[in-house]
Design a protein around this ligand. Structure first.
Ligand code: LIP
Length: 267
């Protein structure tokens, strides 16, 4: 079994190469190639091309490992390791030219099930502004070469809270009601459109807390490792592992306060 550092280096090298490709394609112009779960859940040719690059580089570097990517699906490996890949997280931002999207690559031990996997290392690159977030379990979290850590605890009324919304209109209506109840009880809300970077913003103190529902495993796999290594609590409801049902992240006492409030709001 390779060291956590060796696996992190693979993730970082591949994510940087993918970021170069994605940002080049962005400069050349981006169009919708298809829609997926709803008319607003889009995929671009760059999403597919970037995942193909990542998948090929990982197959060369780690041929025995499993793979699970947003655009090309899953393939089991024989090593016990699985790579979770969102080639362009924040696809709508990318489509609109908003410089806030992430190449998210994580490696876990076990199957690509967030309820059972054990995170090992993760990298999230925002090529639009050249930010590289990394972490290996037990090694701390970094933005570039600088160690990062969650913001100090605050009262929930002073907390800047990130969230996001589903592609399903019915779910979005419900999520909007929850946010309406939350907004007057916190400092403010930020909906930036990229879960992997939301979790990295928890890790670097740019958000005090974050929650979301309906995320896929590839959306949060890398960011959760980075946030935990920066001192954040990252869970589902009642301390369970995060999943498509719910993810909550933040400095532990802030996260616990937010979970109680979200419960009261009926999230
Ligand atoms: C996105 C997530 C974001 C969520 C969006 C979308 P995608 O992932 O990163 O947090 O609010 O609705 O799911 O689809 O850009 O990979």
């Amino acid at each position: 079994m390779p060291s956590h550092s060796e696996l992190l280096q693979v993730a970082r090298t591949v994510a940087l190469a993918a970021g170069e490709l994605a940002s080049r394609r962005r400069r050349e112009g981006v169009t919708i190639a298809d829609t997926k779960s709803s008319p607003v859940d889009v995929v671009t040719a760059a999403d597919r091309e970037t995942e193909a690059l990542i998948r090929g580089m990982l197959a060369d570097a780690r041929p025995e490992d499993g793979f699970f990517g947003e655009e090309s699906g899953a393939e089991r490996g024989s090593s016990g390791l699985t790579w979770l890949v969102d080639p362009i997280d924040g696809t709508v931002n990318y489509l609109y030219g908003i410089p806030h999207y992430g190449i998210s690559i994580a490696v876990v031990e076990g199957e690509p099930d967030p309820l059972t996997w054990t995170g090992i290392a993760g990298c999230v690159v925002n090529p639009a502004i050249g930010e590289v977030f990394t972490a290996e379990v037990g090694g701390g979290a970094f933005l570039g070469d600088s160690a990062i850590h969650v913001a100090p605890t605050v009262d929930l009324s002073q907390a800047l809270v990130g969230t996001g919304f589903a592609y399903d209109s019915g779910m979005r209506a419900r999520q909007g009601e929850i946010v309406a109840g939350l907004l007057p009880q916190v400092r403010d809300i930020r909906r930036a459109g990229t879960a992997s970077l939301d979790l990295c913003f928890i890790a670097s103190g740019r958000l005090n807390a974050y929650f979301e529902r309906t995320l896929n495993p590839w959306d949060h796999a890398a960011g959760a490792i980075i946030a935990r290594e920066a001192g954040a609590r990252v869970t589902g409801w009642d301390g369970a592992p995060p999943s498509i049902d719910f993810i909550l992240a933040g400095e532990p006492s802030v996260a616990e306060s937010l979970e109680r409030l979200l419960r009261r709001l009926g999230a």
